[in-house]
Design a protein around this ligand. Structure first.
Ligand SMILES: NC(=O)C1=CN([C@@H]2O[C@H](COP(=O)(O)OP(=O)(O)OC[C@H]3O[C@@H](n4cnc5c(N)ncnc54)[C@H](OP(=O)(O)O)[C@@H]3O)[C@@H](O)[C@H]2O)C=CC1
Ligand SMILES: O=C(O)[C@@H]1CCC=N1
Length: 268
């Protein structure tokens, strides 16, 4: 596995923390990692944690921007002077365009936008990637190799779609967690004891997702395999399908998330 010579994480909270946990589990040497986080909280055995910027970054450093998007100006002011032409930057900042990153990290050739999601921590995430023309092919390959142990890595050639894919896969786990919770609560509402409904909802979603991932048939066809003609499932599907109720709900959900990304890109 071609790990970066050095990895410098700016912020290591919910998201970057999951990425790092997976990289370490896959063999990244913790001595190659420095984490900057204001709290100074320990991250993992052997990983250096700092609360301020070092005087210099080691040669061959890959920087992961993992703080909140609104902090990019403050971070870039401190970080950009430490970067040299060979520093690689990976940004997971939602709604932060490459144009903005290029304006803040002038002179850096290799900048990649990455949009991971939380299941990267167990190697079952999705990571959308986008790079523009100046970023070297070698850097793209290196970043892709770094993302591969995290799950499904997909290049998005058109950055204009980045907020859309963020809505689908970056935010998606939250929508799925909400669905699992709602399925359990719906079970409880029709009389199943709460703890049993929670266990059964989670196992149903887990088993269905795993089966869909392995099946030759697409998910829409699999739904028909569950539904016996004139049976119970069809009656339930009729509720979800009436006026495309579920589809419309999800389109509204993704649209709201996408719109927020566009507003963030405008600095709102
Ligand atoms: N959560 C998710 O599912 C996803 C998040 N993202 C992106 O990841 C980024 C982080 O989100 P998330 O992990 O949820 O947020 P968290 O709040 O969990 O983590 C933020 C991190 O930034 C650190 N931090 C705070 N202030 C500064 C500062 N001034 N300079 C440097 N670091 C700072 C925090 O330090 P400390 O640990 O000391 O508090 C913390 O480690 C965001 O840009 C978001 O858009 C992208 C995809 C999915
Ligand atoms: O909520 C957010 O803004 C980030 C982007 C994707 C998931 N979390």
């Amino acid at each position: 596995m071609p790990w970066p010579d050095h990895l410098f994480l700016v912020g290591c909270g919910n998201m970057a923390g999951q990425m790092l946990a997976r990289w370490l589990a896959c063999g990244l040497d913790p001595a190659r990692v420095t984490v900057l986080r204001p709290s100074g909280r320990a991250v993992a055995d052997g990983v250096a944690v700092v609360t301020g910027y070092p005087d210099a970054l080691p040669a061959g450093t890959t920087v992961l921007l993992g703080m909140k998007p609104y902090q990019v100006a403050e971070v870039a002011t401190a970080l950009a002077p430490l970067c040299d032409a060979d520093t690689r930057i990976i940004s997971i900042l939602a709604g932060t365009t490459l144009a903005e990153l290029r304006a803040r990290f002038v002179g850096i050739r290799d900048i990649v936008r990455a949009m991971p999601n939380l299941p990267v921590g167990i190697g079952e995430g999705v990571i959308a990637l986008h790079a523009d023309a100046p970023t070297a092919g070698e850097a793209r390959s290196a970043v892709e190799a770094l993302m591969t142990p995290l799950g499904l890595a997909e290049w998005i050639p058109d950055e204009a779609l980045f907020n859309q894919v963020t809505a689908l896969s970056g935010c998606g786990p939250a929508f799925l967690f909400r669905f699992i919770d709602a399925l359990a609560r719906a079970g409880e509402a029709i009389g199943i004891p709460a703890d049993q409904a929670a266990r059964m909802a989670l196992a149903t979603v887990q088993g269905s997702a795993a089966m869909a991932a392995r099946a030759d048939a697409d998910p829409a066809t699999l739904a028909d395999h569950v539904a016996s003609p004139g049976g119970m499932t069809r009656q339930g599907l009729n509720v979800l399908d009436a006026d495309d109720r579920l589809l419309e709900l999800l389109i509204d959900t993704l649209t709201a998330a996408r719109d927020r990304g566009e507003a963030m890109a405008r600095g709102e």
